[in-house]
Design a protein around this ligand. Structure first.
Ligand SMILES: Nc1ncnc2c1ncn2[C@@H]1O[C@H](COP(=O)(O)OP(=O)(O)OP(=O)(O)O)[C@@H](O)[C@H]1O
Ligand SMILES: Cc1ncsc1CCO
Ligand SMILES: [Mg+2]
Length: 262
């Protein structure tokens, strides 16, 4: 892997336009996260314009958090555009274990070959369950338990798979990395997982493959650590986290990333 800070430097030099079809909860947080880290966000979801808009973007994220049928159609149209143009797109299968609707939509989206799939341990296990005939999952599934499932999902779909949690796991099906950066307040602020998808998309916009995804995860976790030192609780953490995403330098990332190649 190159010097890890280089991926942040490259991303900021490109300042990629990231098109996001995300949930109502995440839209504002995610747009601010992307601006803070140095990318350019757009939240666009109408069926009538998503394909045209996706053609302008360097990367796309799709998040099924507040799904409805019109949005599901828009997600497929936008993902199809990226796939046809060979541009990266990131899928976040929020709560895919919970309902049939989410499972059906995710199965269709997986056919459109996401470049990256990012979820928490339960979501990754549930997605693998779609391929294996729908085995059940537990909301408390650990990242460690999901590592093998993530490798299976990566081999099955061709995507880089990320399991986020106290320690993140990233795999392309053969290689694997653990990223230990992060802060315990991150899961106490809504939509920081959803917003992470945008940062991953920004890092892979100019540079496909698992290495920029690993760098995005370390960068996000490191910003969490910086924010954690300034915060009094979840509210001030959310503000400090935006400041930290803006302040973190490539040199900080190279020095303080805690990445284990397996
Ligand atoms: N206990 C923890 N300690 C340190 N970092 C954590 C912890 N839990 C999550 N993170 C970090 O928080 C970020 C978001 O991951 P998380 O797994 O919470 O996403 P999520 O469950 O999809 O969140 P949401 O659905 O609320 O958007 C990642 O960078 C991850 O490393
Ligand atoms: C709270 C919530 N509900 C649906 S999506 C979402 C944002 C975190 O995934
Ligand atoms: Mg999530």
């Amino acid at each position: 892997m190159d010097e890890i800070g280089q991926y942040l430097r490259n991303m900021r030099a490109q300042a990629p336009l990231v098109h996001n079809i995300t949930n109502f909860v995440a839209m504002n947080v995610m747009a601010n996260v992307l601006l803070a880290v140095g990318a350019s966000p757009a939240m666009v979801h109408a069926r009538e314009e998503v394909a045209e808009f996706a053609a302008l973007a360097q990367a796309l994220t799709v998040n099924i958090g507040t799904l409805d049928p019109a949005w599901a159609e828009a997600m497929e149209l936008a993902a199809r555009t990226m796939a046809a143009r060979g541009r990266p797109w990131v899928l976040d299968p929020v709560g895919v274990g919970a309902t049939r609707f989410r499972q059906d939509v995710c199965a269709r989206l997986l056919d459109l070959r996401p470049s990256v799939i990012r979820g928490n341990a339960s979501e990754i296990l549930a997605l693998v369950g779609l391929g294996a005939g729908g085995k059940g999952t537990d909301a408390a599934d650990s990242v460690a338990a999901a590592e093998e499932a993530a490798r299976d999902l990566a081999r099955w779909t061709g995507a880089v798979v990320v399991v986020s949690g106290p320690v993140d796991f990233i795999t392309d099906g053969s290689r694997g990395w653990r990223v230990e950066n992060g802060h315990a307040l991150m899961p106490r602020v809504t939509a920081l997982g959803c917003s992470l998808n945008g940062v991953i998309a920004a890092f892979v916009a100019g540079d496909p493959g698992p290495e920029p995804v690993v760098a995005a995860m370390a960068c996000y976790g490191l910003a969490g650590e910086m924010a954690g030192r300034a915060a009094q609780g979840p509210g001030s953490f959310a503000v400090a986290f935006l400041d930290a995403l803006c302040a973190v330098t490539p040199e900080d990332l190279t020095r303080d990333a805690r990445v284990l190649a397996l």
